[in-house]
Design a protein around this ligand. Sequence first.
Ligand SMILES: Cc1ncc(COP(=O)(O)O)c(C=O)c1O
Length: 368
Amino acid sequence: MASDTISFARGAPSLDIVDVGGLRDAATRAFTNDPGGTTAYGTSIGYVPLRRWIAEQHGVDEAQVLVTNGSMQADAFLFATEVEAGQPVVVEKPTYDRTLLNLRSLGADVRMVSLQTDGIDTAELRALLRSGVRPALAHVIPNFQNPAGYTLSLAKRNELLELAAEYGFAIFEDDPYKHIRFSGEDIPTMHSMDEHDSVVYASSFSKTVCPGIRVGYLVGPAALIAKIAKLATNTYISPNMVAQSIVYEFCVSGAIDGSIQTVKTALAERVATLDAALEQHLPEARYTLPEGGYFMWVDLPEGTDVAALFDAASERGVQFVKGTDFLLEGGENTLRIAYSGVTNDRIDEGVKRLADAYRSLAGSAAAA
Ligand SMILES: Cc1ncc(COP(=O)(O)O)c(C=O)c1O
């Protein structure tokens, strides 16, 4: 592999869009303003001032919030509490690979429902429900979906809420990218529109502050949050108070607004560069430009062998994630490009290498 590898693989920000100075200052304030709370074990519900701040942002009672070590931990707690082996769980097709892994290791009966450019195919979901399948929950990534970059329309959000109320399943709204919108109009969360306590909402500071801080959270009905808090106590006593206290200071000082703006500006520029580079070097690529978030899904012509493309790309010093990793079957001609970790000046070169790898695949669609 080339030493100057360009990685479109990781859903993480490049260092230039992380507010390191702001975090250093927030850390100083955390230890100065609340040395006791910052250094103590605390309890499993999380750092109390941050929990309160999150509750205010969502207009809910504090008892409805649990702050965790990244939203991955929130997801794992929720699945462990709400999903039993053999129970059907609806996910999008494609979906976040770690959600798939987590659900499969719990022995869930994973039912993938097609994802369209305006979100999960609600007609397909309705047909599945009508066929008698009764999911424990439906996992939905509503904004700038991982891996596809698509956003769930308002009409489909309403339809999902209706289906959840009618068929009695929970919607797990997994929403770490909401604030990273760089074009188009913001759409309200299903959680904010929910009148039947159908929605459990998760989000994270990984994409708005930095992933290494490992702070995420769940918002849901108080009884469910209390149940999960017990599991959290038994798992780790409490999450990382130092990290949560720093995030709290970062949020209340307003530094988070500047950080979000920096990320949005940079990512909008990267998407435009990526679009131009694909058009120039790999015109066979088909994609929908994301209006926010970290990812873009690319379809290559039928017959493309994405595993072979992955190897050829690796040899040329460019990485991506194969579409097949986000599916239980199919997707051999698809891939996910994460533009979050590649600075704008490296994107064109990365796409050139990818196109070169594509053209090297003898006998593939590239050669046809
Ligand atoms: C849809 C989705 N959910 C959850 C996570 C996990 O985020 P965290 O870093 O908060 O654990 C990610 C991270 O990429 C994600 O894309």
